[in-house]
Design a protein around this ligand. Structure first.
Ligand code: ADP
Ligand code: ADP
Length: 226
């Protein structure tokens, strides 16, 4: 299970300004949540706080009803996919995917099995020996998803993962990510400034502006209001 509750969360990078202000969200297990809003409204900061990559200035966060703080971030079983993919350039695809598992001292055979299973789902078996510089945008994107997936996270965070792809590939990857969500037993939180992505992918959308959540509802309730 992986419900997430954010209670009156705020983030200040500087003393006199808030990147995120008094944000409260209750996210259910296996929901697909999209945070949408213009650049600078606090989406990435929110995601990074959930991942434990950023200190929370005020407020509290619960995962599966247990309060967590940033100190415990490492064992949160959360994976994050970044906009620029952030693959390790000096490692081939196999080792990019294996790295996190090696850190967790998982046995080599087990790592191999997990990578095999994941690369099958994502259809990237043929890329295992390539380096990131030898991959197209869409391939990098799949590898980044794969690197997150092998960790079998219960929470999947995606920060504008499609923004560097052309329109056709974007539409295809959108469907693939939705398929992935169906297959995995994980909660997805997806950040974008693209309303089409929000509308087509989300179970519920959090509309953000100036660090605030303005609306939190289903796509049809947000976009079809008379
Ligand atoms: P979004 O993801 O919606 O584009 P961000 O969460 O990146 O928004 O940024 C929200 C606000 O916080 C912006 O004003 C941004 O400049 C500021 N900000 C983001 N990251 C940092 C940082 N590391 N240091 C200082 N300010 C930051
Ligand atoms: P080692 O783990 O000692 O480096 P291996 O024989 O496991 O040696 O692997 C040799 C290289 O090939 C390593 O870079 C490894 O991560 C990589 N590798 C291992 N198995 C695969 C695989 N099925 N597909 C692609 N690369 C692999």
């Amino acid at each position: 299970m992986s419900s997430i509750i954010l209670k009156n969360i705020s983030k200040q990078y500087y003393h006199d300004s808030y990147a995120v202000r008094d944000l409260s969200l209750e996210i259910k297990h296996k929901e697909f949540i999209v945070l949408v809003g213009p650049s600078g409204c606090g989406k990435s900061t929110t995601l990074r706080m959930i991942a434990g990559l950023e200190e929370i200035t005020e407020g509290s966060m619960y995962i599966d009803e247990r309060e967590v703080n940033s100190v415990e971030a490492k064992d949160r079983n959360i994976a994050i996919v970044f906009q620029d993919y952030a693959l390790y350039p000096h490692m081939n695809v196999y080792n990019n995917m294996a790295f996190g598992l090696k850190m967790k001292k998982i046995k080599r055979n087990e790592i191999k099995d997990k990578i095999e299973k994941t690369t099958e789902i994502l259809d990237i078996k043929n890329l295992l020996y390539r380096y990131p510089s030898q991959l197209s945008g869409g391939e990098k994107q799949r590898v980044a998803l794969g690197r997150a997936m092998v960790k079998e996270p219960k929470v999947f965070l995606l920060d504008e993962p499609l923004s560097n792809l052309d329109a056709g590939l974007k539409a295809r990857m959108r469907l693939e990510i939705m398929e992935l969500h169906k297959k995995l037993d994980a909660t997805f939180i997806y950040v974008t400034h693209d309303q089409t992505e929000a509308m087509t992918m989300a179970d519920r959308i959090a509309v953000m502006k100036d660090g605030l959540v303005m609306q939190f509802d289903t796509p049809s309730n947000i976009y079809n209001k008379p």
